[in-house]
Design a protein around this ligand. Sequence first.
Ligand code: FPP
Ligand code: MG
Length: 347
Amino acid sequence: MASQPTAVPRARSAGQILAGAARAVEPALRQAVRHLAPPIRRLTDYHLGWTDAEGRPAAVPGKALRPALVLLACQAIGGRAAQALPAAVAAELVHNASLLHDDVIDNDQLRRHRPTIQALFGTPAAILAGDALFFLAVQTMAQAPAPLCSTGLQWLTAAVQELIDGEYADTTLEQRPDPVSPSEAAAMAAAKTGSLISVSCALGALAGGADAQRTTHLRDFGSHLGQCFQLADDLLGIWGDPAVTGKPRLADLQARKKSLPVTAALSADNAPARELGALYATSRPMGSDELERAAHLVEAAGGRDWAIGQSRHHLGQALEHLRAADPEPAAEADLACLARLAADRTS
Ligand code: FPP
Ligand code: MG
């Protein structure tokens, strides 16, 4: 008798994966924010994309990358997504808390195509909304079943300390007059962006009951994905389309940020690198022609190609760690798709 062909599940697109994770996590996220006082909730609901500036319902949520990684890492080791739900909520809350504070630090007026909380309601509102979301994340983990409420909470808070260290490094590198090496910038990015992405994968593995080796591979998968993500963010900050990124173009260059492509460009031994160094040494605001020139110089000095090459390298490393975690095939396909999305945003 002829055997029945095995049904091969069709691979999901990154958009479908992220939308699925957003749908899975939203009810629990909405439940968690009910603990906040109504005036603070007005701010956090706006920041989370659920309301407009007047408090009317809206739907402009973030990407839900971190919750997707938590849920998929849990499924990758054979767990059920529901086991990892509190960690997915906590990761999304910490991420949003950090963005609120980051927009204050960067004095940014636009995020996800909308005015930031500080642009609409002022700096104290943005700081306090960030504090509220951050401690809500801690409460969510503290109330989760073991091991999320014990080991998981420790891992999350350790990652947040790294996040803070990385963000502080970002601000001090910006001010530093002497050269910043690409490896220093990469270490900053690993802490600022990689730590939360990496712990999201580790928390998913923990919730699903993974052993130490599989957990470490998933954590390392997340670290490399985090590098891809920050490289893309930095490249899009210079060459991205504001209609797509939702953030103004060239703001990083105006702020003299030592982003990854910029540090690579500045450390090159060529004429564009020296001209870029001279432009970066000025403190007056650059005009639009100068900003375009600076973007051209980053590329001419080799910063753009370096960053794209780095992104390919980290994608390769991420996929190797994913394979080594011996994941369930469907979750592996989704995680690999998200890693490729993070890297492909650069080209
Ligand atoms: C975005 O960087 C910022 C981060 C990835 C981390 C920010 C971390 C903190 C503010 C410290 C932690 C604080 C709390 C409350 C947990 P970016 O400016 O390069 O990216 P952007 O272009 O999206 O602004
Ligand atoms: Mg910022």
